[in-house]
Design a protein around this ligand. Structure first.
Ligand code: P6P
Length: 343
């Protein structure tokens, strides 16, 4: 069967859908090529000497794995010369990385998590790279890009995607015309389309959350999970299943393919923080993909893509997946918010 490669797909998007300016097409090709290099490194594991930690911490205060830093460097080296970017930002860098003056600057901003779920690397569980693409502000062309140029709501994304390094290496991508999946053909070294116009199935009863945090959640979150656990004898009248991989990319990919809901909500361990996951390079790109696939993504009851960022590494509560289940959870959060107001 003739398969469509990523390059053919991107050219068709450029021709048919006018969804893809040349610089954005180049950006995606380059990120996809960098993800091939990251996949090669991840798959080497101990044989490449890339497992384990560096003993350093990133801006999040998290221990950096060797692969976190290496993947970040691969993405910088792959992207900074191409003339498609004005700047880059990453979970692994305190602030933005401007394109060096020796290279031409482009009109896009790339923000990414080079290896999400890196704690899984040493135990051979799936990890991934998550990326989001924004336009650099019009007025930034004549000046140095600033951090606040990145602080755009998720609705302004022009493309987003992830690579998942698992039993297969996949690239899942949207440029605003639906979600498409490509599988890395290692012999040919090319990305080959393996699924198109993904849609998040509804009516699926599988939830993903770290249950060990149960006692720390807000009441609407506990209400939803209690009802899932009550199963067919409870108010939902049906049994649920649970999955939690500790790797957002793996959980989100499963939900994009077979439905369900992913939750990392606010909890009282750090009450001043809205959640654990980062808005700019985890929640926004994954929320964009979920919506492009007919799913839904909220922070409590607010649409994640409407959240106005105030800091590059800000965190957010994340609930996303099948529209029917996310709507139930959002309704419980609205009920709780309105009863608080009337109390
Ligand atoms: P916990 C990985 O560190 C990550 O950022 C996401 O990929 C994942 O969903 C979550 O954190 C796991 O968090 O608290 O269950 O270890």
């Amino acid at each position: 069967m003739k398969r469509t490669t990523l390059t053919q797909f991107l050219i068709e998007q450029q021709r048919k859908e006018q969804a893809l300016p040349a610089q954005l097409r180049l950006l995606i090709e380059i990120v996809a090529r960098a993800c091939k290099a990251i996949s090669h490194t991840v798959n080497k594991g101990a044989l490449g000497g890339y497992l384990g930690s560096l003993g350093t911490e990133n801006v999040q205060g998290e221990v950096q794995k060797k692969l976190d830093v290496l993947a970040n460097e691969i993405l910088i080296e792959a992207n900074e010369w191409g003339g498609h970017l004005a700047a880059m930002a990453s979970e692994e860098m305190d602030t933005i990385h401007r394109i060096p003056n020796r290279y031409p600057k482009g009109e896009y901003l790339l923000v990414y998590d080079p290896i999400d779920g890196s704690s899984n690397i040493d135990v051979d569980l799936s990890v991934g790279t998550i990326f989001s693409v924004l336009h650099a502000p019009e007025d930034s062309s004549g000046r140095d890009v600033r951090e606040e140029d990145f602080l755009q709501p998720g609705t302004r994304q022009v493309a987003a995607g992830y690579a998942i390094y698992g039993p297969q290496t996949l690239l899942v991508l949207s440029v605003g015309t639906g979600v498409f999946e490509f599988t890395l053909d290692r012999e040919m070294g090319s990305w080959v389309m393996s699924d198109e116009r993904l849609t998040v199935p509804e009516g699926q009863k599988e939830f993903a959350i770290n249950m060990s945090n149960y006692r720390h959640w807000a009441p609407p979150m506990r209400r939803y999970v209690d009802e899932c656990l009550a199963g067919k004898n409870g108010p939902r009248g049906v049994n649920f299943n649970m999955r939690w991989t500790g790797s957002m990319v793996a959980d989100i990919h499963r939900i994009l393919k077979r439905g369900g809901v992913f939750m990392y909500p606010w909890d009282d361990r750090k009450p001043d923080m809205p959640g654990k996951l980062r808005l700019m390079y985890e929640a926004n790109p994954m929320g964009y993909l979920m919506e492009q696939a007919g799913g839904m993504a909220v922070a409590g009851h607010e649409r994640i893509l409407d959240v106005a960022p105030s800091k590059l590494h800000q965190r957010v509560s994340v609930i996303m997946g099948s529209r029917d289940e996310v709507e139930v959870i959002a309704a419980y959060h609205r009920d709780a918010a309105s009863s608080q107001q009337t109390a």
